[in-house]
Design a binder for this molecule. Structure first.
Ligand code: ADP
Ligand code: MG
Length: 695
């Protein structure tokens, strides 16, 4: 019997392969480059490239590609064959060190927010050797970062790597104060739980809204939804099971530790969670996961929906970003320790996260803003648009007692540090968790729960790493100067808690009382994407990114433009799809049905005037009324969309939000009313019931 271990990472040029195949010295130098984050020497690259090529050819590769993550949120690739002409019409397989470390995709059509005028130098891709190369299909994939020759980041990977570096530097300053000189590197770690829907492919193709917009723009409720909670963790149907088995296996071959699979709350909704790994690798692997989810669905006659809100009336899909920091010596910096010093260190890192989430709540909110996610945040199925954090009662009480100078437990010499001897072990049990919190401490990590299912995790992690690095640098500045380290530490944790405790909320985030309470506390409530993006360039945000060379102000502006345009374009596509569906499918269907009904009334009355035809006549009148309203509504939608299109940037986005979305909702309202009245054989597309219950 073949076991997972036999094929796990089979298609990955991982450490084991490198160690086995590279000359000893090359391997050592490459490892050093990776662990120190240095640039790769071309002579080493040449050796690595030729070994990598041979390995890839054995795995069936004919091409290689620099795999990168432009601002579109998905990945990009351009394949080059290994072939080179060798005299006499023969061919040899070539792949140089230069081709490995640097590529020049002519990628001028990617959105850059005006960063790269076409006359400017092209961007280039650079190998990120900390994320392993792999073979997928017939291509060797080399994970890369993409930037312009003048150094501007044109992708999501470059800033992510920079933010990881910033956090590494600042965390090490703190660790040195605790005597941890042995730590060479602090890495941020991410485990991203991915939700998705599966629907039948044939039905999917009959829905222009799913095809173009990724979500249904019409659809009356089905008689049964998620009210019985009978899908959550339910047993997996055979078709879904065979899909998941296939998916897991393909992911394992590519070295992704796909770990958990289960049914989610909504019918046809599922989740996959991997084992966490360092942030850049987790980002690559989540992209791979989403890509394979789609591809493998196709093989099974299914379509995988990664949109945040494919169906109204049942839960949408999110992505939980589990985040922590750990050292190359194996310490998880958010794990409460076993002695006073470890605990003090834990509380200091915790304090940095608390400060960061409070100081940069708008930035965190921006990092999860998109047209799709606007349907979830604040809709009682996902955290609200208000950022707050959950620490749990024990940890909150502990911070309270530190703030009140009331040491916990018995006094001892070790209590010098924060008056805390041994911290309670925090419950990691799922039942004890607050599932409504946007940012929850879960024992040894934080779970940022606001991400949309289709998101790249890069954006939110760039923000998280940067803002925590910023607070750590402030802490380090202060503590490095302190004459008496422990008493300064004490003061810092206490002051920090008092200054930022407003961000901590352990109650029910879905309750209306919280919205009021949050307003009293002065917390931001940025309800939608345009509102969030308007705060992106707040001076403190710009400062933080500049301080650690993550983004320049120009880069931030360009990103803001891309995001805001993306919002408008998304709604624009939805509006056009709605208009087409109504005019080309829904109105004609209603008309056909009404026409047939009316025809039958006439026919029956021609037999005998005594036929009342009560039901038919009433239906004709009722549907006729709805039809007229739908006709008017789609007219308004069409006009408003045309007006929105003439505007630019924020003006366009707010117009789409304030005028086009409501016009779309109004249109949908009548179409959905009609759906419940029109004979099912007349309705031009699969219904919610068919989509959600037939896989
Ligand atoms: P759940 O949140 O569903 O109860 P778990 O707590 O077991 O599940 O884990 C959820 C995710 O958190 C998994 O992807 C796991 O690998 C990840 N995770 C666990 N520890 C860490 C860590 N130190 N850093 C980042 N992610 C982590
Ligand atoms: Mg979770």
């Amino acid at each position: 019997m073949e076991t997972i271990a036999d094929y796990f990472g089979e298609y990955v040029f991982n450490d084991a392969v490198m160690q086995k195949r590279l000359p000893k010295e090359t391997y050592r130098q490459l490892k050093e480059t990776i662990s120190k984050g240095k640039d790769l020497d071309l002579s080493i690259a040449n050796v690595v490239a030729s070994v990598m090529r041979d390995w890839a050819l054995e795995k069936g590769a004919t091409h290689f590609t620099h795999w990168f993550q432009p601002m579109t949120g998905i990945t990009a690739e351009k394949h080059d064959a290994f072939i080179a002409p060798a005299g006499g019409g023969r061919v040899i397989m070539e792949f140089s060190g230069k081709e490995l470390v640097q590529g020049e995709p002519d990628a001028s059509s990617f959105p850059s927010g005006g960063l790269r005028a076409t006359f400017e130098a092209r961007g280039y891709t650079a190998w990120d050797p900390t994320s392993y190369a792999f073979v997928k299909g017939t291509t060797l994939y080399i994970p890369t970062a993409f930037c312009s020759y003048s150094g501007e980041a044109l992708d999501k990977k470059t800033p992510l790597l920079r933010s990881m570096e910033a956090l590494n530097e600042q965390a090490k300053r703190i660790l040195r104060l605790f005597g941890h000189d042995e730590v060479g590197r602090v890495m941020t770690t991410v485990g991203s739980e991915q939700e998705y829907f599966l629907v039948d492919k044939e039905q999917f193709l009959k829905r222009p809204d799913l095809v173009y917009a990724g979500r249904t723009l019409f659809g009356a409720r089905s008689p049964k939804g998620q009210e019985l909670s009978d899908h959550y963790f339910g047993s997996l149907r055979p078709r879904v099971m065979s899909y998941m088995e296939d998916l897991d296996k393909e992911l394992w071959k590519l070295g992704v530790y796909a770990k958990t699979r289960h049914n989610e709350v909504a019918p046809s909704q599922h989740e996959l969670a991997p084992v966490f790994t360092q942030s850049n690798v987790a980002t690559d692997q989540n992209q791979l996961t989403m890509e394979l989810m789609r591809k493998i669905a196709d093989k099974h006659g299914l379509a995988c929906l990664l949109h945040e809100k494919p169906f109204d009336g049942v839960n949408g899909s999110g992505k939980h970003n589990n985040w922590s920091m750990s050292t190359d010596t194996g310490m998880n910096l958010l794990n409460p320790g076993d002695n006073a010093s470890e605990n003090a260190q834990f509380l200091l890192f915790l304090s940095a996260v608390i400060a960061a989430v409070d100081d940069y709540q708008e930035l965190l909110r921006v990092s999860v803003a998109s047209a799709g996610n606007d349907h979830r945040l604040g809709a009682n199925e996902a955290p609200p648009a208000i950022i707050s954090m959950y620490l749990g009662d024990e940890l909150s009480n502990l911070l309270e007692s530190i703030a009140a100078d009331k040491p916990t437990g018995k006094k001892s010499r070790e209590q010098m540090l924060l008056g805390v001897h041994v911290l309670p072990k925090f419950p990691k049990d799922a039942t004890d968790r607050n599932r409504t919190s946007p940012f929850a401490f879960t024992g040894n990590k934080f779970e940022f729960r606001m991400l949309g299912s289709s998101f790249s995790v890069a954006g939110p992690n760039i923000v998280l790493n940067t803002i925590v690095a910023d607070e750590l640098s402030r802490f380090a500045d202060r503590l490095e100067k302190a004459k008496d380290f422990s008493s300064e530490l004490n003061k810092l944790v206490k002051e920090n808690y008092l200054a930022h405790k407003r961000i901590i909320f352990n109650g029910n985030n879905y309750s209306p009382e919280w919205v009021e309470e949050a307003a009293r506390r002065g917390l931001s409530n940025l309800k939608d994407t345009p509102a969030a993006l308007a705060r992106f360039l707040d001076p403190k945000n710009v400062e933080a990114f500049k301080k650690f060379h993550i983004f320049t102000e120009t880069e931030l502006k360009s990103r803001q433009e891309i995001l805001i345009d993306n919002y408008s374009k998304t709604i624009h596509i939805e509006a056009l799809t709605s208009i087409d569906m109504v005019r080309q499918q829904i109105l004609p269907a209603i008309s056909r049905y009404v026409g047939d009904l009316a025809g039958r009334v006439v026919a029956r009355r021609s037999v005998s005037q005594s036929f009342a035809c009560k039901a038919d006549t009433a239906l004709v009148e009722q549907l006729g009324g709805i039809e007229d309203k739908l006709y008017d509504a789609v007219g308004t939608l069409s006009d408003e969309t045309a007006k929105a299109e003439k505007r630019e940037r924020f003006e366009a986005a707010t117009y789409y939000r304030d005028k086009v979305i409501p016009a779309m909702q109004e249109t949908r309202k009548y179409a959905d009313q009609a759906e419940l009245l029109v004979g099912s054989s007349y309705w031009p597309m699969p219904t919610y019931g068919q989509l959600l219950y037939t896989v």
